[in-house]
Design a binder for this molecule. Structure first.
Ligand code: 5RP
Length: 223
């Protein structure tokens, strides 16, 4: 029986194998944030001579990449990336995701939007029939926290401030339980439209292009 850590490692390694054919000395790779992304970074760094560098979605991932000798680029200096690789807190069969358990959702959405392909790396515990068991992270401008929370309650959620946490953008996170996410794209748009929301952790309007999901029987590709 593989442990969850071994399952994460297998998904991360599958992503390294998946992107190896895309690597060239002028290629920049988009890199996500989290414990599964950390394992991907470790595997990717073993091939650091084969690509130019990375754009990362968090200070944490940037530090890990740099420590392993991978050059980290500012997104403003990069026009295109063939691929963005990141984990998720939940994913459904349509490849919609909830992300942001690590609080990096906004930069994740930005970097993913510039990449040509989003490769999601998860273990099978993250696959759900319907999104919403994991509380939805919403990044908010601090002065708008209470106003945004009231709107989220109107949408049926129970927002809770992530205590003592400040994002890389200097903002705060509301973790929203109890949302019935029947229509992920519509809910993503509705929440992102609330004044004071930076972005929400629904990745549905632009979901993953492929998920490499590790199971006890090997890594499955979901498309
Ligand atoms: C961070 C994220 C992560 O991708 C998500 O939380 C999954 O993390 P892990 O791989 O540690 O389970 O969205 O903001």
């Amino acid at each position: 029986m593989l442990t969850q850590q071994e399952l994460k490692q297998n998904a991360a390694q599958a992503a390294v194998d998946y992107i190896l054919p895309m690597l060239r000395t002028d290629v920049i790779v988009g890199v996500g944030t989290g414990s599964t992304a950390d394992l991907f970074i470790d595997g990717l760094a073993m091939h650091k001579e084969r690509f130019r560098g990375a754009v990362s979605s968090s200070d944490r991932s940037s530090a890990r990449l740099s420590a392993l000798g991978v050059r980290v680029f500012d997104l403003n200096d990069v026009q295109t990336m063939p691929v963005y690789v990141d984990g998720a807190d939940e994913i459904d069969a349509g490849l919609h995701m909830i992300k942001g358990g690590g609080g990096a959702l906004t930069r994740e959405k930005i970097v993913a939007s510039v990449a040509e392909r989003f490769v999601c790396i998860v273990d099978e515990s993250k696959l759900v029939q319907k999104l919403g068991r994991f509380p939805l992270p919403v990044e908010v401008i601090p002065m708008a926290r209470a106003a945004v929370a009231r709107e989220l309650v109107r949408l049926g959620g129970q927002p809770v401030l992530r205590e003592g946490f400040v994002t890389d953008n200097g903002c705060e996170i509301l973790d929203v339980a109890g949302l019935a996410i029947a229509q992920p794209e519509q809910l993503e748009a509705a929440i992102n439209n609330i004044p004071g929301v930076v972005t929400c952790g629904l990745f549905a309007i632009a979901g993953a292009d492929i998920a490499l999901m590790s199971t006890q029987d090997g890594v499955r590709e979901l498309r």
